[in-house]
Design a protein around this ligand. Sequence first.
Ligand code: YSA
Length: 350
Amino acid sequence: MTSSGAADTEESITSLKDEALAGLAAASGAEALEQWRVEFLGRKGRLTGVLRNLGSLDESARRSAGAAANRLKGELEAAFDERRTASQRSGTETGPGDSGRSGGRTGAIDVTLPGRRSRTGRLHPSTQMIREMLEAFNEMGFQTVEGNEVELERYNFDMLNLPADHPARDMQDTIWIDRSSRSEGGGVLLRTQTSPMQPRTMEKQDPPVRIVSPGKCFRIEATDATHEWQFHQVEGLAVDEGLSFADLKGTLYEFARRIFGAGRKVRFRCDFFPFVEPGVDMSVDWNGRWVEILGAGMVHPQVLRNVGYDPEKYTGFAFGVGPERVAMLKYGIEDIRHFFSNDLRFLSQF
Ligand code: YSA
C-alpha cells in the first residue's frame, strides 16, 4: 500500500477515537454500555476491523498504524472500565432479576443526566425591609438594640402604663405562655409589640437615649390583607432634654422620605396609646387609600417615672413601625399573608 493509504488509516484511527469516546460519554445504563463495547471493542467491532486492514499496508506503515491502533484499543478499554465502574457505583446498572425497559433500577440515579442547578437563597423580604429601615434610622443617629420574643407582662404592659385592669390591654389580644405566674415580672407572654424595649433600655441607661429595636410580635388576630397574627415591628425611642413633637414629626417624615421617596403622601392622625401623650398614627397613600404603618407619640411622663427618669427634666418620643406594611406600600404587595406562607413564587421576587 502507498504512503497515502497509511495516512488514511491513521486518520480513520483518530476519527474512530473521537467517535468512540463521544459514544461512550453518551451511553447511559448497562445496556447502552454493552452495546458500545460490542460496537467498538467487540470481536467483530470497528477497532478490530481497522486492525484487520493493517495487512494491506507496507511494513513501516503497518508498524506505525498498528501501534496507533493498539494504543487506541488500550485507551478505549480503560475508558470503558472507568465508565462501567462509575455506572455500577451510582446504581444505574441493572442487577440480576431487575426488569424494566430502561435497564435501570426503579429510583436509581442516572449520573449521565445533566446536573440540577442549585438555587441560591436570599434574605426574607421582611428581613430585607427591616435592614433598610434600620439603616435609615441608624443614619439619623439611632442605635440598634434587640429584645426578647418571650417577654414578661411587666415590660410588655405594666411599665408601659397599662396596669392589669387597664381596658387598653384588650387592644392587643395576647398569646400567654404562663398567665398564672405571679413572680416579680408577672405573667410570661409572646410580646404583642416591640415597645417593651422602651422600659428595658431606659432601665439600663441614663438619657440621652436614641435606639431602634426590630423584632417579631404576636397577637391573636383574625388575619386579613393587612393583619397577621405574627408580624414584625421596629420600635424607636429618643429621650433627652428639650425633645418636642416637632422632633417626632421631623424624624418620621425623614424616615418616610428615605423609604418611599419625596413624592409619596403621608398623613398623621391623633391616636391613643397609654404609653404616650399625645399619641398619633402615620399612614401612607396607596392609590388614594390610606394605610397605617406606625403608631407614635411623646413618651408619657408616667413611663419616664417608672424607669426613674425625671419627666420635669426629660422628654421623649417613640414609635412602632410595621415593616411588612411598609414593604406592601413600597412594592405594591396586596396581601400581608404572602410574607409567612412560605411560597417561593412570592419569596423569590425579592
Ligand atoms: C405607639 C406609640 C409609641 O410610643 C411606640 C410604639 C407605638 C406602637 C404600638 N406599640 C403598637 O403596637 N401600635 S399598633 O398596634 O398600632 O401597631 C403598630 C404598627 O405595627 C401598625 O401600624 C402596623 O404597621 C403594625 N401592625 C400592628 N398589628 C399588625 C401589624 N402588622 C401586621 N399585622 C398586624 N396584626
